[in-house]
Design a protein around this ligand. Structure first.
Ligand code: UN1
Length: 504
């Protein structure tokens, strides 16, 4: 049997809890206390590929359904999520240890993207273009693409699927979802909750869920020539494995990989605002967002003042570490013991390299993967190589830049391999313009007077360099999920050739 808590959550969601397959099953452990939540059955390669068969057949039906009718199905999914927001939030909280308030935010992102996609379903469209030839018309048609493989990570166990799936469904695509094995219960619940919406309309197979714990299953999916788009969220290391495989069969990849996000604070900034944003960005979700703030570059004149705000804030945060089910706690656990080991090793190396650990620095004794949010003041005026590493934990490095050295700060911000999110706190229009100039932030997300994390779904989400270049969710991210057809119609009685070629 799954744990009593998981059984209760599934009951609250109106679902049958997944069967416990006992020894040998995929073990899901509660990161807050190490207890087993469930032992789940997983799929092998044959089962996964059979799901692609089904998804492909479903695509052939879905692609012929009018877009706004597909939008209506996604609207119903959003309604289902509204009804079950609390139950699903509890599951996210229990399985991956995300604080309940942030878990609610994550489910709200799912609802938001369903609303967005519903509207989109009536506005998806191409341009008409001027033809150079007499009596000709040119236009762009956007056609459904096919089966989309969505690989999602543990840290946003439900929202990332919805950014992909809500858009894919209105575009007429079917979706095979391979969630992180660390967040399989979330995958099961979302699948069981929303699949009936498609089933009622005769399109149930457009939604497939593959649970695996053998990399061979994921590889078989990534290599499957019937999948024209692989949308993968996770580490840069994972992206480096997925991308060449997809490229070798000349299909499309949408990658949303690591981030090593920085906030610049100049001497004109509102430091209270900056400190609050930095603390949320660095310690929220226990530093396990791809958008988490990992580095701060502060102008020397206000460096001590900013530290004077961050240090007490971090001390307060250290008193609010604990069970993520209790909304009084702001810092939940890391996902597993390996994450704790990576945290401890990074803090030790930072101290050995001359970093001054001003707050936190320790893993908590006892059950659960809890660590203290950690603030490291690093020496100024020299590179601190650890700052270039993305440790998926609440460690923040702060370094001062010389007064008037904004360009230097921007260069430091851009000096890492990833290019996901960035922010500047300033009241200077000139600084904002530097930040947004071509010499400014090189990231996919660039914010002024707000933090690096917590993006809204209405924008296109993703980043440059080793973040992978993909864009998900809002704006025109839908274009990745469709194929563009350039169409020219000759309404005349002649056959003029383009470029004025005569071929009589
Ligand atoms: C992620 O960490 O993979 O901008 C996604 C944010 C969230 C999404 C994070 N809306 O922080």
């Amino acid at each position: 049997m799954a744990s009593t808590e998981i059984q209760n959550i599934f009951a609250e969601l109106g679902l049958t809890p997944p069967a416990d397959v006992g020894e040998g099953g995929l073990v899901i452990k509660d990161p807050s206390n190490g207890q087993t939540l469930a032992r789940l059955a997983t799929h092998d390669e044959d089962a996964a590929l059979a799901m692609v068969d089904k998804a492909q057949a479903a695509f052939k039906k879905l692609r012929n359904m009018p877009g706004p009718k597909r939008g209506e199905l996604v609207r119903q999914m959003g309604e289902m999520l509204r009804t079950h927001k609390e139950g699903l939030s509890k599951l996210v909280c229990a399985e991956v240890g995300k604080g309940i308030e942030e878990a609610r935010g994550e489910v709200q992102e799912m609802i938001d993207i369903c609303d967005f996609a519903t509207g989109l379903s009536r506005t998806l469209g191409g341009r008409t273009l001027m033809s150079e030839r007499d009596g000709h018309r040119m236009m762009e048609l956007w056609q459904p693409l096919g089966v989309v493989l969505c690989i999602s990570a543990f840290n946003f166990p439900v929202a990332v699927w919805s950014w992909n799936a809500a858009i894919a469904f209105v575009c007429g695509d079917s979706v095979v979802w391979k969630p992180s094995p660390k967040a399989a219960l979330c995958g099961i619940a979302v699948h069981e909750l929303l699949k009936p919406v498609l089933e009622k309309a005769g399109h149930g197979d457009a939604m497939q869920l593959v649970l695996e714990r053998d990399v061979k299953v994921a590889e078989a999916l990534v290599d499957d020539a019937r999948i024209p788009l692989v949308s993968a969220t996770g580490s840069c290391a994972m992206g480096r494995k997925v991308y060449p495989r997809v490229a070798s069969r000349l299909a499309r990849c949408l990658l949303e990989l690591g981030g090593n996000n920085a906030i610049i604070v100049d001497k004109t900034a509102n430091l209270d605002l900056a400190a609050h944003a930095i603390a949320f960005g660095a310690a929220g979700t226990a530093g396990q967002r791809c958008t988490s703030t990992r580095r701060v570059f502060v102008e020397a004149a206000v460096a001590d003042a900013l530290m004077g705000k961050l240090e007490p804030a971090y001390r307060q945060l250290s008193e609010r570490i604990g069970d993520p089910r209790d909304s009084a706690n702001l810092i939940g656990p890391l996902i597993d013991e390996q994450a704790v080991a990576a945290f401890t090793s990074a803090v030790e190396r930072a101290a050995a390299a001359g970093g001054d650990v001003r707050a936190g620095g320790k893993a908590l004794e006892g059950d659960g993967n809890f660590v203290q949010p950690t603030l490291v003041r690093v020496p100024d005026g020299q590179p601190f190589p650890l700052m270039a590493e993305e440790t998926f934990a609440p460690i923040l490095y702060v370094q001062a830049f010389p007064d008037g050295g904004l360009d230097e700060a921007i260069a430091s911000q851009n000096s890492v391999e990833q290019g996901l999110s960035s922010a500047i706190f300033t009241d200077s229009v000139r600084a904002v313009e530097r930040f947004y100039s071509p010499d400014g932030s090189d990231c996919g997300i660039a914010n002024v007077n707000l933090g690096t994390s917590g993006a809204e779904i209405g924008g296109a989400f993703g980043g440059e360099k080793e973040t992978g270049g993909g864009r998900e969710a809002g704006s025109d991210a839908w274009k990745s999920y469709m194929r563009r057809q350039t169409c020219t119609i000759n309404g005349s009685d002649a056959l003029p050739l383009a470029q004025g070629i005569k071929w009589e």
